[in-house]
Ligand binder design. Structure first.
Ligand SMILES: Cc1ncc(COP(=O)(O)O)c(C=O)c1O
Length: 468
């Protein structure tokens, strides 16, 4: 029997009633189809964007990003104020950062988390006050620590014992007192991809709970260090609040123990709040995470008889992810026989002009995405399809399963949703593909966030390469 398209699709993927429809839970707020059937984002046509800035192209809906930043900050501020404390929200710049993005973040009252000299330099270039920056990293170099202390960052998160002496000595040589936190590996298992879970036992981040008191005593023995409190980041793309609740339950007794020997004004519970990538995802609102986490903090503090600390959070993806889309141009298309037994079982492979170099998440984490034909609408039937890149890897898949119209053709433009986070920042030059441009769109205006990399700029790192 001939397979229907739906039999090739995973169970979570249903056949769209309208293959041109835009799901508001996945696409940016300003992503609309105009009367001609073409998509406009931020009031600009995708075809015009690609004509001017090239393909592939990353597009950030500026209003969507900023409104997400505001909603997230407001959610934590309001949940914290209900338990008589305050919140500090650090935008995780590793998810997406450019100097313009830093400006949006700073102007909306968020702080910023960086985890390398490069991210720090970019944050400073974007103009955020150094005191609002937190530095992370499991292997900060001495020069990175030096740059951070010199800049006057608001906090450094200590990830291993050796950093205590390093930060103390650098601060001392600069005659400064440096605020520090200590990252705890609480052993909480977040329900997410293995490589996105950062607090289970057998991994590289943080310090085991049992070792923390001794290390905090060491921190406190240095007059150049000021201990702010504990830090925990349990993972990323998390949909369930349980891991955060468990983290609170494990960290607050330790926090109480540390209060016996000195002040512990803050508790940093990290980021990791999940977003929708496909119609099957139902990520909770950040306000849900914020209120559940804060009420657990209040309950535990009451039971332990301690004051509620200032609460810090580090969301990245939930702000930047859904605000971004990547536009690609369709190249080759083939129906691939998927079983040697049955010549009729075939899957439509749609190749686009980017791939794992601009979005490695499907190959890294088996991440799912959604795709849409954006240069026109189509009256053709939906066909289960696989959107693949142009790299020399069979795992170079951008959207493993989606429905596209059966008449999808070379030169059509396709958009992939929710690529604002961990795509530009994870991009590579694999197969010597130059990295695409990134633009912000707002009310019909376009601002370049990142120029497209030219082939000669990319290749000229090789001293033997001669510019033609
Ligand atoms: C320490 C730390 N904080 C915050 C984040 C941000 O996570 P997300 O973008 O999922 O919110 C990360 C991401 O890996 C992280 O490592």
């Amino acid at each position: 029997m001939e397979k229907t398209a739906s039999e090739l699709a995973p169970s979570w993927l249903s056949i769209p009633k309208d293959v041109n429809a835009i799901s508001k839970s996945i696409w940016p707020a300003s992503f609309v189809r105009d009367a001609s059937g073409e998509i406009q984002v931020g009031g600009v046509s995708v075809a015009q964007l690609v004509a001017k800035y090239g393909s592939p192209l990353m597009v950030i809906d500026q209003a969507d990003f900023i409104s997400r930043a505001q909603v997230v900050k407001q959610a934590f501020d309001s949940a914290a104020s209900k338990i008589q404390t305050s919140a500090k929200v650090y935008y995780a710049s590793k998810s997406l950062s450019t100097t313009e993005v830093v400006k949006w973040v700073a102007a909306n009252g968020l702080n910023m988390d960086v985890c390398s000299a490069g991210e720090l330099a970019l944050a400073l270039a974007g103009g955020i006050e150094p005191g609002r920056i937190g530095l992370h990293g499991n292997n900060k170099s001495v020069s990175e620590i030096d740059e951070a202390v010199t800049a006057g960052v608001g906090a450094i998160v200590i990830d291993s014992e050796i950093e205590i002496e390093r930060i103390a000595s650098i601060s001392s040589s600069q005659n400064k007192i440096q605020n520090v936190r200590i990252r705890v590996n609480s052993g909480v298992h977040a329900f997410t991809h293995e490589y996105l879970a950062t607090s289970r036992e057998d991994q590289k981040f943080g310090i085991a709970i049992a070792d923390v008191p001794e290390l905090v005593a060491k921190i406190r023995s240095h007059s150049q260090l000021n201990f702010l409190g504990l830090h925990s980041h349990i993972g990323s793309q998390i949909f369930s609040v349980e891991g955060f609740i468990e983290s609170v339950k494990r960290l607050l007794p330790l926090h109480k123990l540390l209060l016996e020997e000195g002040s512990v004004p803050e508790l940093n519970l990290g980021g990791g709040f999940g977003i929708n990538y496909t119609a099957a995802d139902q990520a909770p609102e950040v306000s849900f995470f914020a209120s559940e986490i804060c009420s657990e903090v209040e309950k535990q503090c009451r039971e332990l008889g301690i004051e509620v600390p200032v609460l810090c959070f580090e969301p990245g993806r939930v702000i930047s992810g859904p605000a971004g889309v990547t536009i690609y141009t369709v190249g080759t298309i083939k129906d691939v026989q998927i079983s040697s037994d049955d010549a009729k079982q075939s899957r439509k492979y749609v190749s686009i002009d980017g791939g794992m170099s601009d979005n490695p998440r499907p190959s890294l984490y088996s991440a799912d995405y959604s795709a849409l034909l954006v240069s026109r609408s189509s009256a053709a039937a939906p066909v289960v399809s696989r959107v693949v890149g142009k790299h020399c890897e069979s795992g170079d898949i951008v959207v493993k399963d989606c429905y596209l119209p059966a008449d999808i053709s070379p030169d059509d433009l396709l958009a992939v949703a929710a690529t604002g986070a961990y795509c530009h920042s994870l991009a590579s030059n694999y197969n010597y593909l130059p990295r695409p441009a990134m633009v912000a769109v707002l009310e019909g205006k376009v601002k370049v966030l990142m120029n497209a990399e030219t082939e000669s700029a990319m290749l000229s790192r090789d001293p033997g390469y001669q510019t033609p």
